[in-house]
Design a protein around this ligand. Structure first.
Ligand code: PLP
Length: 391
């Protein structure tokens, strides 16, 4: 097969050389347990803390009082920790038939949507804020917020449509109407793709994942504000040896975390060049796709994600045809692709079930080239004609 063209960078990214080198160093030299007090442990602990500083710097944190970074295994775990950890930090007895209201957006990643569904079964009320056309409905949010809201968990960038939500504006509404509510942001798709800090978004917790920023799989970070810790508004979901300030027990995955830190550092240094490259690739792609397929462009979006709907060709059929030509795109988020459910995000965006079933996500990286996109667009056009003839 010819060289693979990888256009599924929202599912995962190709680790950079810097992150792989750092991982090798941790695996070969600093293999001690960071909790051990001997030299091997001290060396591993140093790597862990170096990565923590690198992630903290990427969040604009300068002092320890600006908040804490806790490491865990993946974005899914970070979201679960934020959601269950804050909801169960306090005793929440039932009042007027509900244990409290939780706000999420319509079309959250399953790690938030399914966690919320679990809490719904436990007696909490879930309100999903509409996201039609990729716009977060702030009027609906305003109406929905009252002092029964205990948690809002909202994504920064939608993983399927690329829609970029105004988290700061949403957080301001929530703070004004329900000051005690905890605000969590799933920034997994936004991290290193759009500029932000937890402070600029005005949130209490925020999750990011290593494998989406050119580091290997196996590490993620949860930012927790100092206020959340001071007021004991978060509790662990994993109990054990008390690692990560007691919030996430279990020996840290030092090689993956060290690689994560290196990737974050590299991403910060190269932020402008990468953003310019992805923006120009995005424009090139849109230019080539216009007139060929329906482009599901959000009102405000991240350049890295382009969602399209094919004319009456199921995404799965096209995905396999492109894969046979060495081109990797996606029919939705990687974790739900195998579940074969119609995407909630796309329905919330305003697509019909049929359209959602015929949609593809192309997600870009600074590592892609215009030549690759041109090959992809040619292959897509050929397959559109071939598959249409077969119908
Ligand atoms: N949140 C969003 C928006 C995502 O896109 C993903 C993964 O695709 C996750 C959370 C989960 O991250 P992880 O794959 O690290 O569990």
């Amino acid at each position: 097969m010819e060289k693979m063209i990888y256009l599924d960078n929202s599912a995962t990214t190709k680790p950079s050389e810097a992150s792989l080198q750092k991982m090798q160093e941790a695996l070969r030299i600093c293999y001690g347990n960071p909790g051990s007090v001997h030299q091997a442990g001290i060396d591993a602990h140093k790597l862990l803390e170096e990565a923590r500083r690198q992630i903290a710097a990427s969040f604009g944190l300068r002092r320890a009082t600006d908040g804490q970074i806790l490491f865990c295994s993946c974005g899914t775990e970070a979201n679960n920790q934020a959601i269950f950890g804050t909801v169960y930090a306090k005793n929440r007895p039932e009042k007027n038939g509900s244990r409290g209201k939780i706000l999420i957006t319509e079309g959250e990643h399953p790690s938030v949507e399914n966690a919320a569904a679990r809490l719904e079964a436990d007696g909490f009320t879930i309100h999903r804020i509409p996201t039609k056309g990729g716009a977060l409905d702030l009027d609906d949010l305003e109406q929905a917020v009252d002092d029964s809201v205990i948690l809002a968990a909202m994504m920064l960038v939608n993983n399927e449509t690329g829609a970029l939500y105004p988290i700061r504006a949403a957080a301001e509404i929530i703070r004004r109407k329900s000051p005690a509510a905890h605000i969590h942001c799933d920034a997994v798709q936004g991290y290193m793709r759009v500029p932000f800090t937890p402070a600029s978004l005005g949130v209490d917790t925020l999750s990011v994942s290593a494998h989406k920023i050119y580091a290997p799989k196996g590490a993620a970070a949860l930012y927790v504000s100092q206020d959340t810790i001071r007021r004991k508004r978060i509790t662990p979901i994993l109990y054990g040896g008390g690692q990560e300030g007691g919030l996430r027990s279990g020996t840290e995955n030092v090689p993956a975390i060290a690689a994560f830190g290196a990737a974050a550092r590299e991403g910060m240094l190269e932020a402008d060049t990468r953003a310019k490259k992805v923006s120009s690739l995005h424009d090139f792609l849109i230019g080539n796709l216009s007139g060929l397929v329906q482009i599901n462009k959000p009102e405000c979006g991240a350049d890295a994600i382009v969602n399209i709907t094919l004319p009456n060709i199921k995404s799965e059929v096209m995905l396999r045809a492109l894969s046979a030509k060495g081109i990797c795109v996606s029919a939705g988020s990687a974790c739900s692709a195998r579940a074969k459910k119609v995407s909630r995000s796309l329905l919330a965006f305003g697509l019909s079930e049929r359209e959602a079933d015929c949609s593809l996500r192309i997600s870009l990286s600074y590592q892609n080239t215009e030549e690759e996109l041109a090959v992809f667009c040619d292959a897509l056009e050929q397959e559109l004609h071939r598959l249409a003839r077969m119908r």
